[in-house]
Design a protein around this ligand. Structure first.
Ligand code: PGA
Length: 248
């Protein structure tokens, strides 16, 4: 049985001075049976870690650099995240791929480093609307997985999380239907089976992300291959608690 995981992606929202307030609002998230993670901006991480200290809520980052240290102005390393007690990191979000030129090669390096530093990656993959309309989205997603996971062993990937995030559904209010999401989450599992083996595919957790809210979460999470969600907009408000409930 895979444990469901619901992660909030706060993106570039929530000032450090407002972090406590949001954490307090979401403090009652039920973590008995599922993993709950808040991926906050870098400057909110410290506050988020200390205000969730006596809970099972985990804190994650949204990006990191693949080098350990050095002359990389403006960057944060996985070593640094590890040093302050971060457990998760989103890697390869489509906004990073699109606006910050995170290529598959760079995402592969980041994944390798995350495993090396004991940080659980949440790897995002997913197609844009053109690929969806052209019907080539499965090939595209498979290529992302092959390139992003290159040379990474099955022992390592067993602990990771993959998020299927169709770009056309992110922040648009137009979530994939549960059937569309299940089709791809199941396809991702079959790719993992092909790249690794059946056991690894069975155990890896695959989330859906893209306009998940308190009303559509239950239906999405009821699908056999959807092990929770990566939540943007709705992770910044009380609705997030409903999403967590939907995963129980
Ligand atoms: P959304 O974002 O829930 O606001 O669509 C999801 C994401 O980008 O992870």
């Amino acid at each position: 049985m895979r444990k469901k995981i619901v992660a909030g992606n706060w993106k570039m929202n929530i000032l450090p001075s407002k972090t406590n307030e949001l954490i307090n609002l979401l403090m009652s998230a039920n973590t008995d049976k599922i993993d709950v993670v808040y991926c906050t901006p870098f400057v909110d991480l410290h506050t988020a870690i200390s205000s969730t200290k006596n809970t099972n809520i985990k804190i994650g980052a949204q990006n990191a650099h693949f080098e350990d240290k050095g002359a990389y102005t403006g960057e944060i390393s996985f070593d640094m995240l590890n040093d302050i007690g971060i457990s998760y990191c989103i890697i390869g979000h489509s906004e990073r791929r699109t606006y910050f030129n995170d290529t598959d090669e760079c995402i592969n390096k980041k994944l390798i480093k995350a495993f090396d530093k004991n940080i659980t990656p949440i790897l995002c993959v997913g197609e844009n609307l053109d690929l969806r309309n052209a019907g080539t989205y499965k090939d595209f997603i498979k290529n992302q997985l092959v390139s992003d996971l290159k040379t990474i062993s099955k022992e390592k990937i067993a602990s990771m999380v993959i998020a299927y995030e169709p770009i056309w559904a992110i922040g648009t209010g137009l979530a994939a239907t549960s059937d569309q999401a299940e089709e791809i989450c199941s396809f991702i599992r079959s790719c993992i089976k092909e790249l690794y083996d059946a056991d690894t595919a069975e155990n890896i957790r695959i989330q859906y992300g893209g306009s998940v809210n308190g009303s559509n979460a239950k239906e999405l999470f009821s699908k056999p291959n959807i092990d929770g969600g990566l939540i943007g907009g709705a992770s910044l408000k009380e609705d997030f608690l409903k999403i967590v409930e939907a995963a129980l």
